[in-house]
Design a protein around this ligand. Structure first.
Ligand code: DX5
Ligand code: ZN
Length: 224
């Protein structure tokens, strides 16, 4: 079953509470928390995402899907463990070497949280293969991390296919999450390629009825 994780990055200022409630009613499967430190990516959403996460935890039982786009991964993990997320995903490119990657995987798990690794569009998919047996999810960025509202990079479809093929060949149980430019037009092809969790921000937040768009994304019916 395909799940939808709604990115709260571009929620209208002052409408956060109302939007979170509407997303809860629309049954988003996760709230996707885009944590940016102004160093790994240009924008800095760190405190806003911490605040929003704390608020969501107070009004909703829906799980938090935390996407760390930060240089100081360890410190961010400590900060966001405080909001009891379902999963924390960090970027392969933020780590200096393999031992740091394994250390972070273990650290997140030791704190009773699921772990994901994200890869940027320019990172070869093979670079993540050795870590797959130890993680719960691979987040394939289908845009350059750093902002919402971008167009999906179509070369990423093949990358998702290669990842899915490897996971199936190795008989691994891992979620494939795709993130960036996901909408009713691109959802069918990323699903066909093997993604089972779709992150969408703009496509959902601009919609009049969140439930309609979330249900359509899951079905992936091409209405264009
Ligand atoms: C980009 C973020 C994405 C983004 C998705 O760095 O990781 O989660 O907010 O937004 P849309 O769906 O608008 O591309
Ligand atoms: Zn994200």
């Amino acid at each position: 079953m395909v799940e939808v994780s709604t990115s709260i990055l571009n929620i209208e200022k002052g409408k956060e509470a109302d939007t979170f409630l509407k997303l809860e009613i629309a049954k988003t499967d996760y709230f996707h928390i885009d944590v940016m430190d102004g160093k790994f990516v240009e924008k800095n959403t760190y405190n806003k995402m911490l605040e929003n996460s704390e608020y969501i935890k107070r009004i909703s039982n829906l799980p938090l899907d935390v996407h760390l786009m930060v240089e100081d991964v360890k410190k961010s993990i400590d900060d966001f463990l405080a909001v009891n997320p379902n999963i924390i995903t960090f970027h392969l490119e933020a780590c200096k070497d393999k031992s740091e990657i394994y250390e972070i995987i273990q650290y997140i798990k030791n704190n009773n949280c699921k772990v994901g690794i994200a890869i940027k569009p320019d990172t070869n998919i093979e670079e993540i293969f050795e870590f797959l047996p130890y993680i719960h999810m691979c987040l394939v960025m289908t845009v350059e991390p750093g902002k919402g509202g971008q167009t999906l990079i179509t070369d990423m479809i093949n990358k998702i296919k290669m990842l899915k093929e490897h996971i199936d060949n190795e008989k691994l149980e891992i979620d494939i999450e795709v993130d960036g430019g996901i909408n009713l037009r691109t959802a069918p092809e990323v699903k066909k390629a093997g993604a089972n969790i779709l992150v969408a921000g703009t496509a959902i937040i601009v919609a009049k009825d969140f439930k309609v768009i979330i249900d359509e994304l899951k079905k992936g019916i091409n209405i264009f």
